[in-house]
Design a protein around this ligand. Structure first.
Ligand code: V47
Length: 367
């Protein structure tokens, strides 16, 4: 790797690169140095090196659909443009029959994952949420259900007067395969208290994921970036995830989520830029040495940045999606449906191997 080191333009990155090439774990200061660098080419080279060691040329993608049962939410997160109060114009709540009708109206032939998350509905109880999972699984036993963020699990458990552990056990029996990473936002307490004071704390988010992992439920992790946080908050967030992963090994993928500012209450915030997005994905790859997958969510990144990120440490593209509400409400520009053939083309034109996976990263087909 000596030769490569000579090509690194930002000389401050050299000690970090040396650590990586010798297999040493990065620390907080290394993370900050990486974020502060604008030498994207070098960052990309190093992140690609690490990704190739883990995933070779494989880029995973999945054929999935999202279902968002309601936008009515008791939460008041300032970054959320999706939530409504009951009775607001545009507020909606889907009965279980309607959810099943919605699913039946989609072409589910090749779908292997349904991603279900939504608002914290003031009137829905434990049994409603449980019934939702049961009925979807009964109707589509071949589809894996990735559902409910840690925030929702806590809410559902409380409504049922149950522990998170018993709740997750029961939902697993009902058909829950895995949990999405939503609700991670940013772990820094001061910012979290400003943006979403009512939300579970970082500690609770991590604890709920740990409980899931111990029950054999794999989960993802996210970080919402590009609002009011600064680099040190991102590094802190990512390293807290790394520490949790050391303990349980239950995270499958990390998904940095680009903040979308439209209709939100985050004053002065703007759309993220391509450089910041690519950098965040690359640095995540480098800091999270114990995560197998870094996922590009094209709905938020846009198709073009998502494709380019495949050269910067990303090995996973989510997904066909079809229906999406949360980003659309906040000014998404990329649409919400990507045909499988398009995902395959994006991956192939990057010189990589498209690997179709299910929600648990079992390989379905290599293209
Ligand atoms: O939890 C809310 C975030 C998340 C905004 O785990 C916003 O496989 C940007 O978590 N701008 C939902 N983001 C999306 C999510 C996700 C997506 C794809 C795959 C997976 C997975 C998880 O979106 C929310 C919140 O963190 N969010 N508002 C906004 N204005």
């Amino acid at each position: 790797m000596e030769g490569i080191i000579n090509f690194i333009k930002d000389r401050r990155l050299i000690p970090v690169a040396e650590k990586i090439f010798s297999g040493e774990r990065l620390d907080f200061e290394d993370g900050l140095k990486l974020f502060k660098s604008n030498d994207l080419i070098s960052l990309g080279y190093i992140a690609d090196y690490v990704n190739r060691k883990k995933n070779g040329d494989n880029v995973y993608f999945n054929v999935n659909v999202h279902i968002t049962p309601t936008n009515i939410c008791v939460g008041t997160c300032k970054f959320c443009a999706f939530r409504k109060d009951k009775g607001d114009e545009g507020a909606y709540e889907l009965s279980i029959e309607k959810i099943l009708e919605k699913l039946a109206s989609l072409n589910l032939e090749e779908v292997t994952e349904v991603h279900i998350v939504g608002g914290l509905h003031p009137d829905w109880g434990y049994d409603y949420y449980l019934e939702m999972i049961k009925r979807v699984k009964e109707t589509y036993p071949q589809i894996q259900i990735k559902a409910f963020t840690a925030e929702e699990i806590k809410y559902i458990a409380e409504r049922g007067g149950k522990s998170v552990k018993d709740t997750l056990k029961e939902f697993k029996e009902a058909g829950l395969s895995s949990m999405p990473g939503g609700g991670g936002e940013i772990f820094n307490t001061v910012i979290r208290d400003k943006l979403c004071p009512e939300k579970i704390s970082a500690g609770e988010y991590l604890d709920i994921h740990k409980v899931a992992h111990k029950l054999g439920i794999k989960t993802n992790a996210t970080m919402l970036f590009g609002h009011v946080e600064i680099y040190k908050d991102r590094v802190e967030h990512i390293l807290m995830l790394r520490e949790t992963q050391d303990e349980t090994g239950g995270f499958q993928a990390f998904i940095p989520l680009s903040f979308h500012p439209v209709n939100t209450q985050v004053e002065g915030a703007e759309y993220t830029t391509a450089v910041d997005e690519i950098k965040t994905l690359a640095v995540s790859r480098l800091l999270l040495d114990n995560f197998d997958h870094i996922k590009a969510y094209w709905i938020m990144l846009g198709e073009k940045v998502a494709q380019l990120s495949l050269f910067y440490g990303v090995d996973d593209l989510d997904g066909t999606v079809v229906e999406e509400e949360i980003t659309q409400a906040a000014g998404a520009k990329a649409g919400k449906y990507m045909p499988k053939e398009r995902l395959i083309r994006l991956i192939k034109e990057a010189g990589k191997i498209p690997v179709e996976r299910d929600a648990l990263y079992n390989i379905i087909k290599i293209y």
